[in-house]
Design a protein around this ligand. Structure first.
Ligand code: F6R
Length: 364
């Protein structure tokens, strides 16, 4: 049941800290700070190329994985939604491997991509939440997210658990390819192990996020901006908002604003910025400032170091815990999901069963 929560989605949002802890403890050793991956169907030290595919939010978790795997393991990654991959006849490299991501393990397009990739000689690893699913069965290997059953149609805890698994895989691949030292592994593992408590701190920002939701609920269109590994999280914010509140939203890489979307900016379009301090901060902040100069209402999520600089032009700044740049996508996923949730509640939509959507899309 829903316990004391109004919706399954709200209950599942509050399971983030526990689910992230369970998933991370499955693949990280908190004592030695080492990654412990299950047996993989390919040798990450030897594969020449990796394909990542999935649908919807699961694809966005894979898209963050692409940033991490390319950065930490220097392994080239091709990431595409399954509904495209299955029809574009991609040239698959001999000895290549693939990672498919799915909560249900039953999504028709992802299953079709799985079969295409296996027929093309790729070793397929699936990241799934349902151990007895078709995908887990038909893949060459499976890594489980430990999210428990997810009832709300909009994915929440399964999404962050997928991110946690992708992060562990990226570190493991980096070690296997000798791109990371044991010291790097320890530092990255430590950063991940701090995620559950940071997630709990973020859930305590609920009142601030609800205030932001009251503004967003009045809008017809909303923009979400991120950069680097936060870009797929901006897409996730837009997807969630569309899905459950029926407000039109777009996610953009902040650097793309000036190539078109900035023309949309006026005081009616809230711009939700995912802008943690770190190496990409200045770049994103200057894109936001350009939007603010055109009347854009910037609503920023950042950490203690970002609050000062962003407050100079942003209408609202919500401070999240300071985390490593590596862990930021996992943490920033939580407030964008919470925001969509509160907007939907304010709009009175059916949060757990949005119109036209099914939990598991088993038709093409
Ligand atoms: C969005 C959402 C969907 C799913 C997508 C894939 O909130 O839930 O976009 O992520 O339909 O589903 P699975 O992960 O079951 O393959």
């Amino acid at each position: 049941g829903k316990g004391n929560y109004r919706h399954f989605m709200e209950k599942e949002l509050h399971e983030h800290p526990a689910v992230l802890g369970d998933t991370l403890r499955q693949y990280l050793d908190p004592k030695t700070l080492e990654v412990r991956l299950p047996r993989l169907p390919f040798d990450p030290g030897r594969v020449p190329r990796l394909t990542i595919s999935a649908c919807g939010s699961a694809f966005l978790a894979g898209a963050v994985g692409r940033y991490w795997i390319e950065e930490l393991a220097r392994l080239p990654v091709d990431a595409d939604v399954a509904s495209e991959l299955r029809y574009r006849n991609p040239p698959l490299q001999e000895g290549g491997a693939a990672i498919l991501v799915s909560q249900s393990g039953e999504t028709a397009d992802t299953m079709a991509a799985l079969r295409l990739l296996r027929e093309g000689g790729q070793k397929v690893l699936s990241v799934v939440n349902v151990p007895e699913s078709s995908m887990a069965r038909e893949s060459d290997g499976a890594v489980l997210t430990v999210a428990g059953p997810e009832i709300g149609v909009a994915s929440t805890k399964a999404f962050t658990a997928q991110l946690a698994v992708m992060a562990c895989l990226a570190i493991g691949f980096g070690r296997a390819r000798r791109e990371l030292t044991t010291l790097d592994e320890g530092r990255l593992t430590q950063a991940l192990l701090e995620v559950p408590s940071h997630a709990a701190e973020i859930l305590e920002k609920d009142a601030q996020i609800r205030e932001l939701a009251a503004e967003v609920a009045k809008a017809r269109d909303v923009l979400f901006l991120g950069r680097g590994s936060l870009t797929p999280i901006a897409f996730e914010g837009a997807l969630k908002l569309k899905e459950i509140s029926y407000i039109h939203a777009e996610g953009y890489a902040a650097g793309e604003m000036k190539h078109g979307p900035i023309a949309l900016i006026d005081s009616n379009v809230p711009v939700i910025a995912l802008c943690p301090s770190g190496p990409l901060f200045e770049k994103t902040a200057s894109n936001l400032q350009e939007a603010a100069a055109r009347g854009g209402r910037i609503m920023a999520f950042t950490d203690a170091d970002g609050v000062g600089p962003l407050s100079r032009f942003a209408e609202r700044v919500i401070e999240l815990p300071k985390a490593s740049a590596f862990a930021a996508p996992i943490l920033y996923a939580i407030p964008v999901q919470l925001l969509a949730y509160h907007v939907a509640v304010l709009k009175g939509t059916d949060v757990d069963q949005p119109r036209n959507l099914a939990k598991s899309v088993t038709v093409e």
